[in-house]
Design a binder for this molecule. Structure first.
Ligand code: SF4
Length: 302
């Protein structure tokens, strides 16, 4: 079935003429919300992997080489994107960032550099390094937003403001670096109108991509304590499907959809169990959209 939204695989295929495989790299960063600069506990859902899943470890060049060997063996593609995923992948002095990013661009088959970070860890020097190292490769930056509701942001201990998010997007726009935004559905106390308000806020920005996932409870996180203490109830699948479909219907058609489901470590996820049924969840999003005659952007008022 043709997807009712503009997927990352479609975008990459259109750009490079073939399948492109993203290799997650652990750059060995930490996070200002963990090392004490902004906070020590981290966002309530984040565990000791720093919101990175399935990443390799150790020397960055080696991680890329291992990732490429894996992709070749599994026939996953012949071009690659180095994706700095864990923690805050711009949180280091620029000379260190330069070395780390360059170490991932191991050959000309690595056609892109993707960097995930927090909006308060983006400034002009960082942006210039990303541009410089990527050179003529594709580069994008992923920014956490999760929600535009600043009360929820306090509850999840996000420790940056919506204004910082706006400033980071503006700066990246000025340097023509595509921005991919992370949203979470199912945050504590949030309902459907919170989701719609977040989309409204997002549509006041120029963004290029979106990643959506449901909040899941990972072991050894502050959220685990809330969940076990009965203070947090995960959402159900139907609510998630509805939210995802309605978000897609409201964002512009040209925004690339990088992800619609979480992809957490099954051994670490306590709840909700349905979140691990990736294929079923994706099919449910397609079905909801078809049934309700929705396609990406059909209700976008931007
Ligand atoms: S900003 Fe990212 S790495 Fe830092 S605590 Fe929050 S989720 Fe974890």
């Amino acid at each position: 079935m043709e997807k009712p939204y503009y997927s990352l695989s479609e975008y990459l295929k259109g750009k490079f003429g073939e399948r492109v495989y993203k290799i997650s790299v652990n750059g060995g960063f930490t996070c200002p919300n963990r090392d004490g600069k902004k906070g020590v506990g981290g966002c309530i859902f984040c565990n000791e992997q720093g919101s990175g899943e399935h990443t390799l470890e150790g020397d960055i060049t080696r991680q890329m080489e291992d990732g490429i060997a894996f992709a070749k063996a599994k026939n996953k593609g012949n071009k690659y994107i180095a994706y700095f995923q864990n923690f805050t992948s711009t949180y280091a002095p620029v000379n260190i960032l330069r070395q780390k990013y360059a170490a991932a661009l191991v050959n000309e088959k690595v056609v892109g550099l993707a960097v995930a970070t927090r909006p308060d860890c983006i400034d002009e020097d960082v942006v210039k390094v990303i541009k410089e190292v990527a050179n003529n490769r594709l580069a994008w930056v992923e920014l956490g937003l999760q929600t535009a509701n600043e009360n929820t942001a306090k509850i999840i201990n996000r420790q940056y403001s919506n204004a910082e998010f706006t400033a980071a997007v503006k700066l990246l726009n000025e340097y023509n670096i595509p921005v991919v935004v992370h949203l979470i559905v199912g945050l504590p106390n949030e309902n459907f109108s919170d989701i719609l308000n977040t989309v409204k806020f997002l549509n006041d920005h120029k963004i290029d991509g979106i990643k959506i996932h449901s909040l899941f409870v990972l072991k050894n996180t502050p959220l685990e304590k809330l969940y076990l203490g009965g203070k947090y109830t995960p959402i159900d699948r139907d609510f998630y499907i509805k939210c995802v479909a309605e978000i897609l219907a409201r964002i512009p058609k040209n925004v690339v959809v990088h992800r619609l489901t979480g992809d957490g470590d099954k051994l670490q996820i306590l709840a909700p169990q349905w979140t691990m049924e990736k294929k079923k969840n994706l099919n449910a999003v397609y079905s909801y959209m078809v049934k309700n005659n929705l396609t990406q952007g059909c209700n976008c008022t931007k």
